[in-house]
Ligand binder design. Structure first.
Ligand SMILES: [Zn+2]
Length: 630
């Protein structure tokens, strides 16, 4: 799921081009697109902060220095950073947007270790997006014509009034062969552009005709709000096409990445740290209108790894990496199968994936119609962890009143528990499974262990381990510290130099700090050759009792990686460790800046501000390093 970012790095923009983009960009203009700015005196501007709720403006922009900063919430940066935060774009996407705006042709550094990624032709994207924008206007106007009565009825029957239809840009493809095509040709779009955009297609006779006919249309937008395709619902019985038709794959429409509603939902997804995945366009509308603003839907394809990639950026903007993905299913077999497949495919998200199944097998749109907005919010609130859901469905297939049924159910369910990436959670699920089956814990534990050992990749090297002497994971941060210490104790030859280079001050947990100090006192991990002697040396050097016990525990606890650790894993772990403390320092600095009066302490203010920008750059580099392989 990091493929997208790796590809992005492969197509890295040349540094001098990034500098040029910064230089030619008017930060005030960029920000004015989304924030109304007034003069704040001294050439500076101010407005209401887009990143926190406020009534009086504390969001400041300095056009002279090309920076912005909010005294209310501490957010700040340059124009690139603004687009990243406000539009949830990646660094590269932000630079591309600003470059297009300033008319700068970007050049990319191709990484020769990877295959070069074909980039869309410069300008082509803009043309295809413009054609779509014109098509949206055309279809929207058609929705109020006499021929679109059935489309309006369809929306009304599902509880969507005119305002809702307008908010989502709903339209109607008329009963005609080439009305849209002719309209767009008149506006100057070429034959090839319309075919490439997927809006038109050649007929058998060779003339160009509209792709969609006699259908209700939903414009599909990307993260930035540009329309890149359409979803089209069948309205008439004599329409022998499929119920839903979508734009085909085009240079701008990739169905494996597209999420309907993401443009409207992204801010709430980022804010709430959760996303609700529903099945259709009407479900997205129903959820948003019912007060579940985080809903999105895939378009004509199952939810997959690329969709997770898109959501990662929204969900995991923070250190805590704790986003929740909630799938809603209408309880039919297909939906359940999809949920179980997600469990098979994506181990990384298993612990944060939830299932919300409507008890009456209604989708959110039907639920809202039948029982109102509250019922939709309640459906999402009553979500269940995917693991519980999967286990329940696995077990329900067997007759638990018989010994044979219970044993068979245990045999089938054990591999699911063995697959849980987060090993800390396994004992909990062993207990739960034993309870659900009405069996003793011991045989279930053995079955799970056997399943884990029989698995080629999933934890075959994990030995049974004693109960931990200290609470092992109380936060993601603490988990990373623990992992770094495990690397130093278990793999000093591999991890030693990188481990020793990161200062003791980066470890916040006092017992972890004690072990880190003991490793240094024992001569540093880089000097060790490993084995029991090294563990003894560290234990002897540790003057903290809890630390001594922890050394023994960390020496045998399996690493949180399947297979052998490599330099990349060490690098990722150490980057994540440092990132935590850099973001802590950024927070401190922001609060300090907030307390300074920029008018009377101008020099100090800008000095601190410069420090802040460079720390943020450092944090960004660490985050890229941290994303490099997990
Ligand atoms: Zn703010």
């Amino acid at each position: 799921m990091y493929a997208e970012e790796v590809a992005e790095m492969a197509g890295r923009i040349r540094d001098e081009d990034i500098a040029l983009v910064r230089e030619r960009t008017s930060i005030a203009e960029v920000i004015s697109d989304t924030v109304t700015l007034k003069s704040a005196g001294g050439g500076n501007l101010k407005g209401l902060c887009p990143f926190h709720d406020e009534k009086s403006p504390s969001f400041n922009v300095s056009p002279a220095r090309n920076v912005w900063y909010c005294f209310g919430c501490g957010a700040g940066g340059d124009a690139i950073k603004f687009l990243m935060d406000a539009e949830h774009l990646s660094f590269v996407e932000s630079v591309e947007r600003l470059a297009a705006r300033a008319g700068i042709q970007l050049r990319y550094v191709e990484d020769d270790r990877s295959t070069p990624r074909p980039r869309p032709q410069q300008g082509q994207r803009q043309r295809l997006v413009a054609a779509h924008a014109a098509a949206v206007d055309f279809y929207r106007a058609q929705l109020s014509t006499a021929g679109a009565r059935r489309a309006r009825e369809f929306l009304a029957e599902r509880g969507f009034d005119r305002a809702a239809a307008e908010r989502y840009g709903c339209g109607f493809a008329p009963d005609a062969w080439d009305l849209l095509t002719k309209h767009l040709r008149q506006q100057g779009f070429t034959h090839d552009e319309l075919v490439t955009a997927g809006l038109s297609r050649p007929s058998r006779s060779g003339s160009l005709i509209d792709r969609f006919r006699r259908r209700l249309l939903w414009p599909i937008r990307d993260l930035t709000g540009d329309v890149i395709g359409f979803g089209a619902r069948k309205l008439f019985d004599d329409d022998d096409g499929p119920k839903y038709l979508n734009t085909p794959e085009t240079p701008i429409y990739k169905k494996s990445h597209v999420l309907y509603g993401i443009d409207q939902a992204k801010r709430e997804i980022a804010k709430q740290g959760k996303v609700v995945v529903v099945e259709g366009y009407t479900d997205v509308m129903a959820c948003h209108l019912a007060g579940v603003p985080t809903a999105v839907a895939t378009c004509g394809t199952a939810f997959g790894a690329d969709h997770i990639g898109v959501l990662r950026r929204l969900l995991m903007d923070t250190d805590a990496v704790a986003g929740e993905i909630i799938f809603t299913f209408d309880g039919d077999a297909a939906g359940q199968k999809a949920a179980l497949r997600a469990f098979e495919d994506d181990q990384r998200f298993v612990g944060r994936t939830f299932i919300a199944v409507s008890p009456d097998n209604m989708d959110p749109c039907e639920l809202r119609l039948a029982k109102g907005d509250l019922a939709v919010r309640d459906l999402v609130a009553r979500r269940e962890p995917l693991v519980d859901f999967a286990l329940r469905h696995m077990i329900n297939r067997y007759d638990l009143d018989t010994v044979d049924g219970r044993v068979e159910a245990m045999r089938r369910a054990a591999p699911l528990v063995a697959k849980i990436k987060d090993r800390e959670k396994r004992p909990e699920y062993v207990r739960k499974l034993a309870g659900d089956l009405g069996m003793e814990i011991e045989p279930v534990q053995r079955a799970v262990l056997a399943a884990a050992n029989g698995q080629p990749a999933g934890g075959s090297t994990a030995p049974a381990r004693p109960a931990p002497v200290t609470p092992s994971v109380d936060s993601p941060r603490s988990m990373v510290e623990r992992e770094a210490l495990k690397l130093a104790l278990q793999e000093p030859v591999l991890a030693g130099p990188m481990f020793d280079a990161v200062e003791a001050a980066e470890y916040r947990h006092p017992v972890h700090a004690a072990v880190r100090a003991a490793i240094a006192a024992a001569g540093g991990a880089a000097t060790a050759t490993g084995g029991a002697v090294w563990i003894e040396q560290v234990r002897d050097a540790c003057d903290d009792l809890a630390g001594q016990a922890l050394v023994g525990e960390l020496a045998v606890e399996p690493l949180r990686i399947d297979g052998e650790p490599d330099p990349r894993y060490v690098s990722v772990t150490m980057a994540r460790l440092q990132w935590g403390s850099v973001t802590g320092r950024i927070k401190d600095l922001k609060s300090k800046i907030q307390r300074i009066n920029p008018v009377s302490n101008k020099d100090e203010y800008f000095a601190l501000f410069g420090e802040l920008l460079s720390l943020e750059q450092h944090a960004r580099a660490l985050r890229e390093q941290a994303a490099g392989g997990l």
